[in-house]
Design a protein around this ligand. Sequence first.
Ligand code: NAP
Length: 291
Amino acid sequence: MKLIDGKAIANAVKSEIANEVRKMIDAEQKVPHLAAVLVGNDPASETYIASKERACKEVGFTSSIYKLSEQTTENELLKTIDFLNNDDEVDGYIVQLPLPKHIDTNKIISAIDPKKDVDGFHPQNVGRMVMDMPCFLPATPAGIMTLLERSNIETEGKHCVVLGRSNIVGTPAAILLSRNSKKANCTVTLCHSRTKNLKELCLSADILIAAIGKPEFVTADMVKDGVVVIDVGIHRVEDNSEKGYKITGDVKFDEVAPKCSFITPVPGGVGPTTIVSLLTNTLKAAKKEVY
Ligand code: NAP
């Protein structure tokens, strides 16, 4: 079994990005600027935003955060979006999800200028992704592709089972993995809560992507020997340790790992490459490589 070191892969990509930034500085160009909009005080969102800010610093990007209160109205948020769409200083920005319930998430995402939509959630970027046109890829599935590619994992002709069909992970991951490209070319089965023969399908997977948001859902009896497992889930589960909790994924790591040819740990697998994909998109936005 080989552990896929997401941190090491992310660090390699970050140093490539930092090199690009140095070249931009040498050429007296503006460095890329990533902004983030955070509505409310969700602790998980605050942690994500802080790690994005740290990552920006590491590669030499400018970063800024627009913190809005939980009570912010949809119109007020739309005004912030309009401001960011028109601010030439900002190359790309994200609106941290989830948004408070009184705000229509799709309306907000659709208001983001697709040229600055570095999360890749705007319908125009999603459509372009489906058509294999230049676009900003959603960060988590793009990170999964980076993990597979940089670990030299053969994907062509493999059966890939994706657990979970969310718009931000499962569905785009299934699209990217089934693309006609040497880095993909998988035969993909996309599973969800209504899938009937889930265990049987998992057992036939050469590559299993677990993105269902259920701690330790995938157990050893669900995978075949030699499988590649990418665990997207991230959960804080109470235990008897000093901290009182442990971080776990959607896969029961201890019992599944011995059967795998490759597996991502949680933490330190998909998480680091997700953030790096956001940086990659921001660099592309700054260099106007997509639009
Ligand atoms: P989500 O929006 O909650 O989607 C979960 C998906 O799993 C849904 O499609 C759901 O099916 C399916 N599902 C739920 N229970 C199932 C079951 N028993 N059998 C089969 N399918 C089932 O989740 P998400 O946003 O994609 O996130 C998934 C996990 O990844 C979460 O733990 C999240 O925290 C984590 N995540 C990590 C990163 C990272 O960077 N590491 C990034 C994003 C998300 P239905 O569609 O039928 O409801």
